[in-house]
Design a protein around this ligand. Structure first.
Ligand SMILES: C=CC(=O)SCCNC(=O)CCNC(=O)[C@H](O)C(C)(C)COP(=O)(O)OP(=O)(O)OC[C@H]1O[C@@H](n2cnc3c(N)ncnc32)[C@H](O)[C@@H]1OP(=O)(O)O
Ligand SMILES: NC(=O)C1=CN([C@@H]2O[C@H](COP(=O)(O)OP(=O)(O)OC[C@H]3O[C@@H](n4cnc5c(N)ncnc54)[C@H](O)[C@@H]3O)[C@@H](O)[C@H]2O)C=CC1
Length: 328
């Protein structure tokens, strides 16, 4: 039986291990489509899946990787045929179902998105869950009426995956982008992506969060959460909105009702994982066309063997932009 390489995490009462192992097709979970994975990517959630108490992985041994893109090698699902290029992100992938850090994956056809014209498999993974989340955030804000004329849009955690892609997409769409980062060395990177103003983490995370503060931004894309989200809510302009997707800055949000009831501010929750397939397909089409970000400035490529270092770095907030994992 043919064997292949995968990054496997295992947790027993005695120890936690993580590393590249040789697997066979019989090790893969059930599913109707087998994919030769060409690229995967590194997301914050994958970082959590690679540590003992990340609360992502439920059963061990396990292959993490919430994103993958590759070519169908066999299919019992009439919608997919050998040779089709596909993307899979979210659902149970890399959480309860073996994920993308593997040369082969067996998946449910319901989770697969045909690779849209205008994207390569590598570009699809440079976007990945992070870019999909940034695009979904922009889509939800625009559904609520956001247009460039409304005023500047803030992106928090701006050098990260969601953040970098949001800055690039918003700037290409004509928005005036303010980007906040804790990395003093990355201001030029953010300006190159299209940010007009670069703020520090402290600028957007107040020591004392006021119920209402000076109105600054028409909207915000926020993958940070925590005290940053509470501060940003108090500074959103009348009728504006914040699309929150993440928790790198913490899960407790010490806000009040005031921004919501006195300024009509909306808080939009962004979930990429169970995003319905019809909307998912529309967002990927946009990512391949009018929302396609400038990926080459953002992407960095690694091998399966370099994953442990990248996963540790994303948890320390040290990765810049997007990291794709090459499996071919
Ligand atoms: C790409 C996406 C992301 O990056 S999202 C950010 C990464 N995700 C996380 O950090 C979440 C990690 N999980 C946790 O911290 C915990 O599971 C929890 C705080 C979300 C909930 O913990 P708790 O111990 O309070 O409850 P349970 O784990 O028993 O779950 C209660 C209830 O919620 C359902 N649930 C759990 N996780 C999720 C999820 N990710 N999405 C949707 N629903 C979830 C779980 O099934 C339980 O429901 P029930 O009907 O009672 O079975
Ligand atoms: N809701 C959803 O469907 C999704 C949620 N997410 C969440 O979004 C967040 C970002 O994900 P990625 O872009 O993949 O991660 P990333 O690590 O690439 O980006 C996170 C950014 O936050 C910054 N950061 C870290 N600690 C911080 C702090 N205390 N205060 C302010 N900034 C801080 C980092 O420096 C980095 O720039 C994560 O919490 C992730 O779980 C990501 C994708 C989908």
């Amino acid at each position: 039986m043919p064997t292949f390489q995968a990054f496997v995490v295992n947790k027993t009462e005695a120890e936690f291990t993580a590393g590249v192992e040789t697997l066979s097709m019989d090790d893969l979970p059930e599913g109707d489509v087998v994919v030769r994975v060409h690229y995967s990517s590194v997301n914050y959630k994958d970082g959590l899946a690679s540590i003992p108490d990340g609360k992502i992985v439920k059963t061990y041994p396990f292959v993490p990787g919430i994103d993958l893109a590759g070519i169908v090698v066999s299919s019992n699902d009439a919608r997919f045929r050998e040779g089709d290029e596909v993307i899979a992100t979210g659902y149970e992938i890399g959480v309860t179902h073996f994920g993308g850090y593997s040369e082969y994956a067996r998946l449910h056809g319901d989770w697969l998105v045909p690779l849209p014209k205008g994207l390569t498999l590598r570009e699809a993974m440079a976007i990945g869950t992070a870019g999909f989340t940034a695009a979904l955030s922009i889509h939800r804000l625009e559904e609520l009426g956001l247009v460039p004329e409304r005023g500047p849009v803030l992106v928090t955690g701006a050098t990260g995956g969601v953040g970098s892609l949001a800055v690039s997409m918003l700037a290409k769409r004509g928005y005036t982008v303010a980007a906040s980062t804790g990395k003093a060395t990355e201001h030029d990177y953010l300006r190159a992506l299209g940010a007009k103003e670069v703020l520090t983490r402290e600028d957007v995370t107040a020591e004392r969060i006021r119920p209402l503060d000076k109105q600054r931004w028409a909207a915000a894309v926020d993958p940070v959460g925590g005290r940053t989200l509470a501060t940003v809510l108090s500074r959103i302009r009348y009728g504006g909105a914040v699309a929150v997707s993440g928790l790198t800055g913490g899960v407790e949000v010490p806000t009040t009702v005031h921004p919501f009831i006195l300024r009509g501010v909306s808080l939009l929750g962004i979930d990429s994982v169970y995003c319905p397939m019809d909307l998912r397909l529309r967002i990927w089409e946009q990512l391949a066309s009018d929302l396609k970000p400038d990926l080459e400035q953002i992407v960095h490529e690694i091998s399966l063997h370099e994953l442990p270092g990248a996963l540790a770095r994303i948890l320390r907030g040290e990765l810049r932009g997007r990291t794709v994992v090459r499996l071919v």
